[in-house]
Design a protein. Structure first.
Length: 179
C-alpha cells in the first residue's frame, strides 16, 4: 500500500473531508487530492503533522508497518530460541550437579567401605588337631594368620573368600572337616 491510499483511508476513518484535513494542515484541498492520487507526496513536515492528526506513527503512514512488525516478530522469535537454549543449559547444569552429588556420596560410601576391616575365619579339624584360620581385609590389603601360609599359597589369591575356600578344599582332600 502506498502513502496516498493510506492518507485516504485514515481521512475517511477519522470522518474528515479533504477540505477539513487541508484546513488542519494549512494546505490547499487540491494538495490533499494530489497526495491521495499519488501524484505527489507530503513533505516530511506535513507527513509528521498527518501522523499526529491520525494518531499513527510515520511508519504506519508510509506503509512501513509490516517492516516494523516483521522486525519485532524476528526479535520475538530470536528471544524465544534464546530462552529455549537457556532452559536446556539450565537443565543440563542441574543434571550435572545431581550426578556430581551422587558421585560424591557413592565415592564416600565406597571409600568408607574399603577402609573397614572385613574378617573371615574358619575352624578346621584334621587328625584330631583343630586349627583356626583368619583372613582380614583392610584398606584393600589381604592379611592372613601365619598358619594359613602353611596350607595355601596366599599370593595366588586376591580375595579372602577364595583363600578360605582353598583351606576348606585342603581339609576335605585330606579327610578333615571345617565349620
Amino acid at each position: 500500500m502506498n502513502i496516498g491510499n493510506t492518507i485516504s483511508e485514515l481521512r475517511k476513518k477519522n470522518h474528515l473531508t479533504q477540505e477539513e484535513l487541508a484546513e488542519k494542515l494549512n494546505v490547499a484541498r487540491q494538495t490533499i487530492s494530489k497526495w491521495e492520487c499519488n501524484e505527489t507526496s507530503p513533505s516530511l513536515e506535513d507527513a509528521s503533522k498527518l501522523a499526529k492528526i491520525f494518531k499513527v506513527s510515520l511508519d504506519e503512514l508510509t506503509g512501513n508497518k509490516n517492516v516494523l512488525e516483521e522486525k519485532v516478530s524476528n526479535v520475538e522469535r530470536l528471544a524465544g530460541i534464546i530462552i529455549k537454549i537457556l532452559k536446556i543449559i539450565g537443565v543440563l547444569i542441574i543434571i550435572y550437579f545431581i550426578f556430581l552429588v551422587i558421585g560424591i556420596f557413592v565415592f564416600t560410601a565406597f571409600r568408607e567401605k574399603t577402609s573397614e576391616e572385613v574378617r573371615g575365619s574358619i575352624t578346621c579339624t584334621l587328625n584330631n588337631k583343630t586349627e583356626t584360620y583368619q583372613v582380614t581385609t583392610k584398606d584393600n590389603k589381604l592379611e592372613v594368620s601365619e598358619n594359613v601360609r602353611k596350607i595355601v599359597d596366599v599370593n595366588s589369591y586376591h580375595d579372602g573368600n577364595d583363600i578360605l575356600d582353598a583351606i576348606i578344599d585342603y581339609y576335605e582332600e585330606n579327610n578333615g572337616t571345617c565349620n
